[in-house]
Design a protein around this ligand. Sequence first.
Ligand code: S3P
Length: 183
Amino acid sequence: MVDGVNVPKNIVLIGFMGCGKSTVGRELQQRLGYPLVDMDSLIEQRSGRAIATLFSELGEPAFRDMETHLLEELCDPDAPRRIISTGGGVIVRPQNRALLRQLGYVVWLQAPVGTILDRTSRNRDRPLLLTDDPKTRIMALLDERMPWYLETAHLTLDTRGLDSGEIATGILESARYFFTGHP
Ligand code: S3P
């Protein structure tokens, strides 16, 4: 569906924690049959440690280094087409923002603060939100990161009221324009 010559091949999902990147990634994987790379999961698998443990034992900068190295690896031009689901903070580094654009069609999934709070409060695996006041933390991080998501994304998608199937349909419609220049 997303054929083209000399164009980046992948669909890349960015967005804040709890915006549905992994769920939408799985939906796209099913529809397109491309492999799904969930960056957080792959980093956990390779390091043999949970993200929370990586943060507490090695610190956030070490985790960000792992994200950068993985992005560099994913940029291999000979790799097959993939769906790439990223961690919410991947856009913090300028180098990562450039690598993400190099990787393919970048879609920013947005969700309201209330939804983010609700989804992320269901477990304690997000070290940056382990505070007494996660809502204030979410709003501060969103505020700080907003320009970086905006700068990185080819498409901004407000997911309010949409299920993962509808979101995937929207992404595929616009990806077709991106990769071929026509529907
Ligand atoms: C982070 C988001 C997390 C994970 C880590 C840091 C962030 O991924 O990479 O806890 O800085 O926003 P999700 O967006 O998949 O929760």
